[in-house]
Design a protein around this ligand. Sequence first.
Ligand code: UDP
Length: 329
Amino acid sequence: MTVLVTGGAGYIGSHMVLALRDAGERVVVLDNLSTGFRWAVPDDVPLIVGDFGDGDLVTEMLKRYQIESIIHFAAKIVVPESVADPLGYYLNNTAKARQLIECAVGAGVGQFIFSSTAAVYGDPEQNPVTEDETLKPMSPYGRSKLMVEWMLQDVAKAHPLRYAVLRYFNVAGADPQGRSGQSTPNATHLIKVAVQAALGHRNGMDVFGTDYPTPDGSCVRDYIQVSDLAQAHLDALNYLREGGESITCNCGYSRGFSVLEVIAVVKSVSGVDFPVRISGRRPGDPSAIVAGNARIKSALNWQPRYDDLKLIVDQALNWERRLHNRKAG
Ligand code: UDP
């Protein structure tokens, strides 16, 4: 019962590999190392360096490792980049995913877990947003993921494969044991940026807009800790293995924090009052998006363990220090 993790050398994928390994599962990673790191994959986990859109390679791997389940993380994930390079996003996130799903069907893979995103909702009219909300992605990134959701719906009707689509809200934090964390250079995500500012690794930071229709004018997001997110995939895997129907679930805590609130927490946890500049809005940002999480809790029995922004920030700070020392050393 081997599980293939595409993108297993990346931020969320590497936490998934740790969670699978900790649960005693057999796991194999496929990653082209474009944004992932070899060191992020434990030595005893096979890492195949290659492209998940390479049908021959994937078919050979599925056979060789007798893979029964695929958890597909590998993707491009930067919204503004998707606006500048839509075809790159539709190639990587959509067309290559189609190829991967075709290989999965051909090899009789039973379960497919797909990393989707809250970006499929766009700027929702109501929060918390449920899975049945109208889908109005605002970027090529969101659309590139939504098209794969649709493919999986159609494929699951025509073939024995069942899927879990997990729509991630804002993923943050690091492995509580310090084994992995967000390591992408030039990361743009809020908690990473704020933590780097607190540690003096960048000269302060910008707040992109304080004129939104939110309580303090800055954008509101639902920050989910990365190991809790990995656990959601394990729960989805077990649910599908036990015969559960294909399912789509939001992954978040159903609690929103504004950008200014997040920065205040980073300042208080780090004890550093770094410079914060108020700048204009960043194109494509929804004003507020918070996950309705009733479905994942009831259907998958997901029980988050790290629903605490201070703890998430503390983990991110610890990881950033470790990463910095690793580079310096
Ligand atoms: N943000 C910000 N300054 C930064 C990075 C992000 O004000 O340096 C804001 C961003 O505009 C958004 C929120 O923080 O409102 C979360 O952005 P992030 O890029 O972390 O995730 P997204 O919600 O875009 O997936």
